[in-house]
Design a protein around this ligand. Structure first.
Ligand code: M6R
Length: 610
C-alpha cells in the first residue's frame, strides 16, 4: 500500500506540495511518514513513526527550501512501523520512496552486504536505494541506474528516486502499482493517486506498467524499460479539489455517507432513458453479452458484498446464473470459466491486488471481463475488456460507504440492461424499474435524516462487546456489510448471518448481552420469515434493533427493543436504503468509542498486497 509523492519545481513550494500531497495520501497507510528535500546544502530528510501529524510537528519551525523533494506515508509490510523503517531510504547520494514489495529482496540484500553496503532498516525498500547507488557509482546516469537496478528487482512497485548527483531530476517507475504524473506551470509531480495533486493541477498522465518517468522542472519524458521513449496522453481531471476535503464534517466517513444521494445520482446520470425505457452502459452492447451463459462476480470486503447483492439483481432480472467469489480465493481454485463466462471485477480503488489477479486469471482462461470501479484509469479498469465507472467521487475514509451504494447502482443498471437485452422484462416492468432507480437519490436524502436518531441509538449500544446482524435475500449481504462496517471502525466483534442460518448454530450465542441488528424491510417474500427469526432471538433474550419499513413498525411494539424506520421501497432498491442506517450506526458507535474512524488501526484504503 503506502502513498508516494515527488515534486520538482519551485524550491519555496516543495515542502508545501509534499505535505498537502501526503495529507491526501494518508488513507493509503499511516504507520510512518517522511520527506526528503534537496536543497543547497544537500538532501535533508525528516521522518517520524506514526501518523502524518507526528511528522508535521517535527517540521514545525523547520525551513526546508529546495527542489526536488519526495514524500512517503507507509503501511508496513517488511519491518515494523518505526522511524528506522520509515521512508525515504538513502544510500550514498541516492534517496528513494517506494510503494510495493520487492520479493527477492533477501538475496539482493545478501549480495549488497557482501559488496560492503550497510543496511539501516529492515525494509525491502532499502535494497532499491543501494542498487541504484551501486550503478551510479559505476558511472551510470540516474535514469540508467534506475533502469539497470529494476532489471534485478522482482515484485510490485511504484518508486520515486532523487540523487544529489543529478539535482535537477526525479525518476519514477511503476510495475503493477499506481503512479501518476502531473504537470503544472514550471513544475512536475509524481503521486500514487490523483487527489494528491489536485490542489496544484488538473493535468495528469496515467503511467503504465514498466514506464519510467524522468521529470525536470519544465518537462518530462517517459520511456519503456529499455529506454525507448513512449507517448502517454495527458488527461484533464474534472474532480473538484474540495471533494477531497472534509467540508465541515468531523470525519470523511460521515461526509461520504452524506454524499450518497449525489454519488448515486452521478452514477445513474446519462445511463437511463425513461422515455425509451432503455439503459445505456458505455462499451456494453447486446452483441457483447449475447452468448454469455454465466456470470462470476469477484471482489473483496465491501466490494464482495456488492457482488452478493448484484447476484440477486442479475438473476432476478436476466435469469443468467451468477456465482460470487472472494477475489482472493478465485484465482487459486482453478476457476471454471470460459469465453461464455462474463467475469465482473468490483473494486472501489481499482488497485486491489487480489481482485486484479482474479481478473487476470479470468482473462487467461478466456472469459469476457468487466470492471466496476471508482477510479479512472486504475489498474483494474485498464486490465478489463469493459469498465463501468461508479461516479462516487474520491472516497478517502478507509471504510467504504458511498462507493458501495454506487456499485449497487451499477449492478442494478447492468441487471436491467441484461434483462432488457434477453427479453426477460415487459416494457412496463422495465419502465417501472427505471423510475424506481431515478427516485433513489431522494429516498437516500430521506433516510439520511435518521442521522441524529442513529447517533442516539449508538449512545445506548456502544459499550457492547459483540453484535450480530441478520438479513435475508437482498438484505443478507447488507447484514454482512453492516457487521464489516462496525468491526472496522469501532473494533467491536460483529458477525453477519443469513437470518435463516441462525437456528443452525449462531443462535447459541444469543443472550441479553447480544444486540442483534435485524434488517427487515417489508418486502414480498421474506418479511414474514424474518418476523419468525426475530421471535427466535427475543425468546432467548437477545436485544433486537430492528430496521424495517415505515408502516410495519406497529406489529413489533412491545417485543422488539429498538426500531429504525426506513422508507418503504421496491424490493430491488431496498439494500441501497437499508445499508445507510447501518453505516451511520457503525460511525456513531465508533465515535462514542473514540476510535480513529477515517484511519482505523491496521487498515489501509488501498490493499495492493495479496
Ligand atoms: O478498493 P476495493 O473496493 O477493491 O477494496 C476492497 C476492500 O479492501 C474494501 O472494500 C475494504 O473491505 C473496506 N475497508 C471496507 O470498508
Amino acid at each position: 500500500m503506502c502513498g508516494i509523492i515527488a515534486y520538482i519545481g519551485k524550491p519555496d513550494k516543495t515542502l508545501h506540495v509534499l505535505i498537502e500531497g501526503l495529507k491526501r495520501l494518508e488513507y493509503r497507510g499511516y504507520d510512518s511518514a517522511g520527506i526528503a528535500v534537496l536543497g543547497s546544502s544537500g538532501i535533508r530528510i525528516v521522518k517520524s513513526e506514526g501518523k502524518l501529524l507526528n511528522l508535521l510537528s517535527r517540521l514545525e519551525g523547520v525551513s526546508l527550501n529546495g527542489s526536488p523533494g519526495l514524500g512517503h506515508t507507509r503501511w508496513a509490510t517488511h519491518g515494523v512501523p518505526s522511524e528506522r523503517n520509515a521512508h525515504p531510504h538513502v544510500s550514498g547520494k541516492t534517496v528513494v520512496v517506494h510503494n510495493g514489495i520487492i520479493e527477492n529482496y533477501q538475496e539482493l540484500k545478501d549480495e549488497l552486504r557482501r559488496k560492503g553496503y550497510r543496511f539501516n532498516s529492515d525494509t525491502d525498500t532499502e535494497v532499491i536505494a543501494h542498487l541504484i547507488e551501486d550503478f551510479s557509482l559505476k558511472g551510470f546516469s540516474l535514469e540508467e541506474s534506475v533502469r539497470e537496478a529494476f532489471k534485478l528487482l522482482e515484485g510490485t512497485y511504484a518508486v520515486a528516486v532523487i540523487s544529489e548527483r543529478e539535482p535537477n531530476k526525479v525518476v519514477g517507475i511503476r510495475k503493477f502499482l499506481p503512479l501518476i504524473l502531473a504537470i503544472g506551470d514550471g513544475e512536475v509531480f509524481l503521486a500514487s493517486d490523483i487527489p494528491a495533486v489536485l490542489p496544484f493541477t488538473r493535468n495528469v498522465v496515467l503511467l503504465e506498467d514498466g514506464d519510467i518517468a524522468i521529470l525536470e522542472k519544465n518537462r518530462f519524458r517517459i520511456t519503456d524499460p529499455e529506454g525507448r521513449e513512449v507517448k502517454r496522453d495527458v488527461f484533464s481531471i474534472d474532480w473538484d479539489p474540495i471533494t477531497v476535503e472534509k467540508g465541515g464534517y468531523k470525519h470523511f466517513m460521515l461526509k461520504e455517507i452524506h454524499e450518497q444521494p449525489q454519488a448515486v445520482l452521478d452514477t445513474i446520470r446519462g445511463r437511463v432513458f425513461l422515455e425509451e425505457g432503455r439503459v445505456f452502459l458505455k462499451g456494453i452492447e447486446d452483441s457483447w453479452v449475447a452468448d454469455v451463459n454465466r456470470i462470476v462476480a469477484v471482489g473483496c470486503g465491501t466490494s464482495y458484498h456488492a457482488c452478493l447483492v448484484g447476484r440477486y439483481m442479475i438473476e432476478k432480472l436476466s435469469r443468467i446464473p451468477v456465482d460470487v467469489d472472494l477475489a482472493s480465493e478465485f484465482r487459486y481454485r482453478e476457476p471454471v470459466v470460459d469465453e461464455k463466462t462474463l467475469v465482473i471485477a468490483v473494486s472501489q480503488s481499482g488497485e486491489t491486488a487480489d481482485t486484479s489477479y482474479a481478473l487476470l486469471e479470468a482473462k487467461r482462461r478466456g472469459a469476457k471481463t468487466l470492471a466496476i470501479t471508482n477510479v479512472f484509469g486504475s489498474k483494474i479498469a485498464r486490465e478489463s475488456d469493459v469498465v463501468v465507472y461508479t461516479h462516487a467521487g474520491p472516497e478517502i475514509g478507509v471504510a467504504s460507504t458511498k462507493s458501495f451504494t454506487a456499485q449497487l447502482v451499477v449492478f442494478y443498471l447492468l441487471s436491467l440492461f441484461l434483462g432488457i437485452s434477453r427479453n426477460r422484462l415487459t416494457d412496463a416492468y422495465s419502465l417501472q424499474l427505471i423510475k424506481d432507480i431515478l427516485a433513489l437519490p431522494q429516498l437516500l436524502q430521506h433516510v439520511l435524516r435518521l442521522d441524529s436518531e442513529i447517533s442516539a441509538l449508538a449512545g445506548e449500544f456502544y459499550k457492547y462487546k459483540n453484535f450480530i446482524y441478520l438479513g435475508r435475500g437482498l438484505n443478507y449481504p447488507i447484514a454482512l456489510e453492516g457487521a464489516l462496517k462496525l468491526k472496522e471502525v469501532s473494533y467491536i466483534h460483529a458477525e453477519g448471518y443469513a437470518a435463516g442460518e441462525m437456528k443452525h448454530g449462531p443462535i447459541a450465542l444469543i443472550d441479553e448481552k447480544m444486540p442483534v441488528v435485524v434488517v427487515a424491510p417489508q418486502d414480498e417474500l421474506l418479511y414474514r420469515k424474518l418476523v419468525g427469526n426475530i421471535q427466535e432471538v427475543k425468546t432467548r433474550k437477545g436485544r433486537v434493533i430492528l430496521l424495517t419499513s415505515k408502516g410495519s413498525v406497529n406489529e413489533f411494539y412491545g417485543w422488539v427493543d429498538r426500531f429504525v424506520e426506513i422508507p418503504k421501497t421496491p424490493y430491488l432498491i431496498s439494500p441501497l436504503i437499508s445499508v445507510v442506517p447501518l453505516q451511520l450506526l457503525a460511525y456513531y458507535i465508533a465515535s462514542y468509542r473514540g476510535t480513529d474512524i477515517d484511519q482505523p488501526r491496521n487498515l489501509a484504503k488501498v490493499v495492493t498486497v495479496e
